[in-house]
Design a protein around this ligand. Structure first.
Ligand code: GLA
Length: 392
């Protein structure tokens, strides 16, 4: 990532100084340790922010115009805060417009702004570069306009932007952890009541390592929406069956599932089994981390992957390969796909002293079979979105 002085220099080359408030902000990507496809079932998740960020520099303008320059892709967009609508042409404009629209809908009119941003979060790798862009836009817009909006509220409005403007029916996990992540902590989120707890994740002996399969499949959104529908169908079935209100699969116990699963269509039963068992795994996993029991946590990661592969069917051969290769390595306690699936990354829990050997063997093994050299990122849990510098 370039240093801030250089970025301000670029900013000054691109825009005339308006003399109004300016500042620099950042928001991280995330990796989910466990709790996959549970957030939109009102369940539990345990992501952490990673040391990969989007940095945005901005200055207010005296009119409703927003100009933004993406330094990575070298593209510039312009739009007016008076006319915000989902754009078919520039997909990433929707993240910025959507967020600004949602802020204005909370009753806070915004001033226009000049913006530049740069990212080192790999795109379409399941590490939430989109959520980071939404969150850093929200932080920039709110801080420069002197609006006090709590991080939890920012997470929600960013998610609404993604739902309404970008058209992806995602859950709350990504935006939440990008806003609220803390250094050396994972974030245990109860997605029903939107409550969270920080779980310490710092041990000299263990490290999280991410492997990027570099596979990107276009079917993520359609399959994602399909899984959501299947979960809804299962929840409705249990709502009719049981004598209490079932709002989501989060409300079903394993015993109830076992009792009635035979009456569900086979695919729906498998989807429900993943979500119900995954919610248990997250809760046991949090307990294990609190006790410093990394081997139990690793085992839960392995079970999570099996469940995502066989029951939820959102893995792919390349992700399975990365997990298989990892589990053959010495010093690996757990490995699983992370994020929505169908490509993207795996997350691995390793004993620190094996990291170098792991990296070498995974790269060789994966390249040999797929012809693709995977990227590997070693990252401790990082800090959530923050103000880097506020200049008036
Ligand atoms: C995507 C969504 C999240 C979550 C995961 C799967 O990252 O944005 O809300 O549903 O998939 O766990």
């Amino acid at each position: 990532m370039q240093d801030l002085n250089k970025l301000w220099k670029i900013f000054k080359e691109k825009y005339t100084d308006t003399g109004l408030a300016k500042g620099a902000f950042s928001a991280p990507g995330r990796v989910n340790l466990i709790g996959e496809h549970t957030d939109y079932n009102d369940g539990f998740v345990l992501p952490m922010a990673i040391e990969k960020y989007i940095v945005m520099l901005g200055q207010l303008r005296n009119d409703p115009l927003v100009q933004a320059f993406d330094l990575g892709y070298k593209v510039k967009i312009k739009f007016s805060l008076d006319r915000l609508y989902p754009s078919k042409k520039d997909a990433w404009t929707n993240y910025l417009m959507g967020v600004m629209d949602e802020i204005q809908k909370t009753g806070h009119p915004l001033q226009g702004a000049n913006l530049i941003f740069i990212s080192n979060i790999p795109q379409r790798a399941g590490l939430s570069s989109s959520a980071a862009l939404e969150v850093v836009t929200a932080l920039t817009a709110t801080k420069l306009n002197l609006l006090e909006i709590k991080p939890v509220k920012i997470a929600h409005l960013c998610r609404r932007a993604e739902n309404n403007f970008v058209g992806v029916a995602c859950g709350i996990m990504d935006q939440y952890v990008s806003c609220l992540g803390k250094k050396n902590h994972a974030l245990f989120i109860n997605c029903r009541i939107n409550d969270y707890e920080l779980v310490p994740f710092k041990d000299q002996n263990y490290q999280i390592v991410i492997c990027n399969s570099k596979i990107q499949r276009g079917l993520v959104n359609s399959e994602y929406n399909k899984r959501r529908e299947e979960c809804k169908t299962a929840a409705e079935f249990f709502n009719h069956k049981l004598k209490r209100e079932i709002r989501a699969l989060r409300d079903i116990t394993i015993d109830e599932y076992r009792k009635y699963q035979g009456e569900l269509p086979k695919v729906i039963a498998r989807r429900a089994r993943h979500v119900i068992s995954e919610n248990y795994r997250v809760q046991i996993g949090v307990q294990a981390l609190r006790e410093g029991n990394f081997s139990t946590f690793g085992q839960l990661m392995i079970e999570s992957h099996q469940s995502l592969r066989d029951d939820y069917e959102v893995s792919c051969t390349e992700l399975d390969l990365l997990v298989d290769l990892a589990l053959k390595q010495e010093g690996v306690l757990g490995a699983r796909m992370t994020g929505a699936g169908f490509g993207g990354c795996t997350v691995n829990l390793l004993r620190r002293e094996y990291i170098d050997a792991f990296e070498k063997t995974i790269k060789q093994g994966y390249k040999k079979i797929t012809g693709i050299l995977p990227d590997i990122y070693v990252t401790p849990p990082a800090e959530g979105a923050k103000v880097i510098e506020l200049k008036q």
